[in-house]
Write a protein that binds this ligand. Sequence first.
Ligand code: URA
Length: 228
Amino acid sequence: MRRLDQLLSSLGYCSRKEAQALCDEGRVLVGSEVLDDASRRVDPDQVKLDDEPLEFPNGLLVMLHKPVGLVCSHDEKEGPRVYDLLPERWQQRDPKVTSIGRLDKDTSGLLLFTDQGALVQRLTSPRHHVDKVYLATLDREATPEMSEAFARGLELVEGNERVKTLPAVLKPLGDRRAEVTLREGKYHQVRRMFTAVGAQVTSLERTRFGEWSLGDLPAGEWRAIPLP
Ligand code: URA
């Protein structure tokens, strides 16, 4: 049970003060009862605003098919953002809705968003062994030697340091395409791993993240998935 004014403001509908005005206007129902006091404790699943149930009142998890050309930053100065493809109200939610990991501007595919901080930790930490699968198009054919190098782990330069990647699976698919499975998410990792073995990535799409696959979700669209 939560105070209605806190609930509506945390879901981005209005400020806590405005919640009382919504009640005064008779726009808030709890079950079939019109609620007149915004300080009342309510069951979030029972609340309707303007006859609509509240959006994800107990936590949000969605997948987006990120198109190429959008950045995963919250900062509008960095260019068109993935957040602009999601409902505007979500940007007012608290806890904040964020992507679980990021994809480069030039990478498309499956991107998850949530307001559950613990889930972000769990799905992005290499310790939890969550597979991320990418479909890469290259400037040449992937070779068995490249697959061996991915499996051994590669050294990537990061500032003044060299960091070793965890073992990864590279499966050549022919037609200069390859599937790559990683358990971590270093900056531009797939592109940098191919560069390290002498190939360039010409396009990159993430098709799977843990238990979730992109399926036939069209580019630019999102859909809700149950919280695990
Ligand atoms: N590897 C990359 O190079 N880019 C991404 O966006 C994700 C993985």
